[in-house]
Design a protein around this ligand. Structure first.
Ligand SMILES: [Zn+2]
Length: 414
């Protein structure tokens, strides 16, 4: 069956082949301990890949696939996946999800990030697939036929070798070594504007973020990346993916709040979840307004895809850690006596949804309130603010590593 167009293949090879390296193998076992088939694992720039056709062939009769041009459809137990060449999103029954890297059509192979086997199959089919983090095995509990010719196997296990998540989950590589700090807005997107002193959110948060980075780097052990280090516009969709690409263990977005009236003031630290109050909803709407610039930067077609993702994404996996991160930052910011502190809150921020790691969005103060704006205008205050944010981040990392060393996290994950 020839499913791949020659022209596409040629373009693909010229653009993408140099980034690939052989990266070990991916074993499929018919029962624990007995290997029956080894699949090759391909290493890409941002992820390890599996050839979906090989995986599907080994998972047996309950799955089959067909392709239309660059789009691959895989029906599993009556549910259908759609993967598309060079898109890092895919759908299951029409709902969109995101990979850490795009699927890629490579000659006769259709490569999907190994994240599919390690993370998404167990998530979507909890009755069937279980991913054992300790030994890096995906177990198929139903036992599907390996092929029409072979007898039904009791268990199919997939040993993943080199995906980022598998590597992390072996414990020793799971430590947080990279942090991404995201100064909100930039370029044509000024963010919120002050009324008394005409301060601009994009400039304030860039400076505060740079101060945070300096303090984090001062701790000596972290790699710290800014999503922007000057006054440029970075689409919301690219901020989280920058963190994913760099294997960041934390993502922290820094903003100033604003309201229609001038009464509201104070600092809040947000994690990603549905807003519960009108104030939380208003803050999310304000920040998500930046999506209009995404549309201009990356074109309406890609924007539509991203909007669809944004409606559906929920990072439940990192909820607990994100809340912990928020509480460490919040308690440090609570020491700034002159700034009222509104606590830990939750809302649906587009910028957090693309980040596959614990994440927080900090509303440092209300730029629309004259008192808060005066505080933000003060360089000394901004330094203390940055000190508090960095302190909270470092404390979170510390306790996280302690939990990791004591084995508490593994116990939680079971
Ligand atoms: Zn903002």
């Amino acid at each position: 069956m020839n499913l791949f167009r020659g022209t596409t293949t040629l373009i693909f090879f010229s653009l993408f082949m140099p980034v690939f390296l052989a990266a070990g193998s991916f074993s499929i076992l018919d029962r624990p301990g007995k290997r029956v088939k080894e699949l090759s694992l391909v290493s890409g720039e941002r992820s390890s890949y599996l050839d979906l056709r090989e995986l599907v062939a080994e998972l047996g009769d309950s799955v089959y696939w067909e392709a239309t041009g660059e789009r691959l459809v895989w029906i599993v137990s009556g549910r259908s996946f759609v993967f598309e060449d060079r898109l890092s999103i895919f759908s299951l029954d029409g709902e969109l999800y995101q990979f850490v890297a795009p699927s890629l059509l490579a000659g006769s192979r259709f490569l999907v990030p190994a994240q599919l086997a390690v993370e998404y199959l167990p998530q979507f089919f909890p009755e069937r697939f279980v991913y054992n983090k300790l030994d890096g095995l995906l177990v198929d509990r139903t036992g599907v036929p390996v092929s029409r010719k072979k007898a039904v196997s009791e268990t199919v296990e997939i040993r993943s070798v080199d995906t980022s998540r598998a590597a992390k989950s072996d414990g020793k590589n799971y430590r947080i070594s990279t942090v991404v700090i995201d100064p909100g807005h930039g370029g044509r997107d000024p963010g919120a504007l002050g009324r008394r002193h005409k301060l601009t959110e994009k400039h304030l948060v860039l400076e505060i973020s740079q101060l945070v980075v300096a303090r984090l780097k001062g701790s000596g052990e972290l790699k710290v990346i800014l999503t922007r280090d000057k006054d440029v516009l970075v689409p919301l969709a690219e901020r989280g993916s920058l963190a994913n690409k760099n294997g960041a263990g934390l993502f922290v977005s820094i903003h100033c709040n604003a309201s229609r009236g001038s009464d509201l003031r104070g600092a809040s630290v947000y994690f990603l979840d549905a807003a519960k109050t009108d104030e939380e909803r208003a803050t999310a709407m304000l920040e998500n307004a930046s999506l209009q610039y995404d549309a201009e930067q990356i074109g309406p077609e890609r924007q539509n895809e991203i909007n669809l993702i944004l409606q559906d994404m929920a990072q439940n996996e990192y909820l607990r850690e994100s809340k912990d991160l928020c509480s460490f930052i919040q308690s440090e910011m609570g020491r700034l006596d002159e700034l009222p502190e509104k606590g830990i809150r939750q809302a649906n921020f587009a910028v957090l949804r693309g980040a596959f790691m614990p994440a927080a969005l900090i509303e440092t103060a209300y730029i629309s309130n004259p008192n808060d704006e005066s505080l933000l205008r003060n360089r000394k205050f901004r330094e203390r603010l940055a000190e508090a944010i960095a302190g909270g981040i470092l404390q979170y990392i510390n306790q996280y590593h302690k939990k990791l060393d004591s084995g508490a996290l593994k116990a939680e994950q079971k």
